[in-house]
Ligand binder design. Structure first.
Ligand code: SF4
Length: 352
């Protein structure tokens, strides 16, 4: 693959980088997909790709395909129901004690399975100063808000100065105990995690966490691990979110390697998301039964430190629910429950 110094943002950029064949430029379906959903692939990811989206888990996440032109009846423009809980621009208030703050809708890459794919894109509709002030004011006026999750889009696309402004404003709101940034940047555009960005995350009072989005161990390149180390060395606790994706990480071996690599990079696996019902993403979706079987297999292989919670964001804005397998039965007539161990063996348990 040809090395590029800049992010590929169109089919012709991807052809020039050697990521797509020349015939892609004459493909009307692909042209429609590129028109409907934004494209961005960073040089790091172009270098990592090793084959077509049908074969390579990195290419599959970022290269547009004709599959995206197919929308199933169950798929939705707003699959997790953000709009149902947006009291002011840039805020999603779904749970009582926390809000999402979305200062922009631009990302360093555009994932082909993105749950906000109808909102994110170049230009990214960043909040202007007045809108950001109104969003911060919403937080300041509600003492029940304990945690603010800064997401988007990708908040690490903002300048360190703007990030610092957000951190300082939230740090001044004494009922906000936790400021959590969610970003793909440390993995896919590692150089952006500069000393200035790390310094901008420093709060005087509130705890600042960073959650990174990573779906395959190969994404944890030396550059990505170095950017995570810069954050961890600054005392910032790191979490990960991964999406369970057919053809990317739908095997126990790949998931095991991913979660081990994350923990070794000082990142605690937090959520494994069942893929959302975003439009044009059916080729990525597994059944919940398949996801549960993978989680059961992981339980026998990995320590608790390496285990994420398998969750589904229920369509309609009802929030996340854990959908992992259960290891305990209901009590029988004798009051005993069956507990399943990590090898699948069943054991009777009576609590009293
Ligand atoms: S980085 Fe996140 S918000 Fe951006 S395209 Fe990927 S999944 Fe969507």
């Amino acid at each position: 693959m040809t090395h590029r110094a800049t992010t590929a943002r169109s089919l012709s950029d991807l052809v020039a980088a050697g990521a797509l064949p020349r015939a892609a430029l004459d493909d009307a379906v692909l042209a429609q997909v590129a028109n409907d959903y934004a494209i961005a692939v960073t040089p790091e990811l172009l270098d990592l790709m090793d084959g077509s989206p049908e074969r390579d888990p990195i290419a599959r996440q970022f290269l547009p395909t004709a599959h995206e032109a197919t929308t199933t009846p169950a798929e939705l423009a707003d699959p997790i129901g953000d709009h149902a809980h947006a009291p002011v621009k840039g805020i999603v208030h779904r749970y009582p004690d926390r809000v999402l703050l979305k200062p922009l809708h631009a990302c360093p890459v555009y994932c082909r399975f993105c749950f906000r794919r109808e909102q994110v894109g170049p230009g990214g509709e960043a909040l202007d100063d007045a809108e950001l002030d109104a969003a911060l004011d919403y937080v300041a006026r509600r003492p029940e808000i304990w945690e603010v999750i800064v997401t988007g889009g990708d908040p690490f696309m903002l300048s360190p100065r703007r990030i610092s402004r957000i951190v300082r404003a939230l740090d001044a709101v004494t009922h906000v105990a936790v400021i959590r940034f969610h970003s793909r940047v440390p993995i896919v555009d590692a150089a952006r995690v500069s000393d200035e960005l790390v310094a901008a995350l420093k709060a005087e009072r509130a705890a600042v966490y960073v959650g990174v989005h990573c779906n395959h161990a190969r994404e944890l390149t030396p550059a990505a691990r170095a950017s995570l180390a810069r954050l961890a060395d600054a005392g910032i606790p790191l979490l990960s979110q991964s999406v369970l994706l057919r053809g990317v990480n739908d095997s126990v071996e790949v998931l095991e390697a991913l979660f081990r690599a994350l923990v070794a990079a000082r990142v605690k696996p937090y959520y494994l998301h069942h893929p959302d019902l975003a439009r044009g993403t059916g080729h990525f979706r597994l059944s919940i039964d398949e996801g549960q079987a993978l989680m059961r297999a992981l339980r026998g292989r990995l320590s608790g430190l390496c285990q994420p919670t398998y969750v589904l964001d229920t369509p309609g804005g009802h929030g996340k629910s854990p959908i992992g397998p259960s290891y305990v039965s209901n009590p029988g007539p004798d009051g005993k429950r069956a507990i399943v161990d990590y090898l699948g063996g069943e054991h009777a348990y009576v609590s009293e």
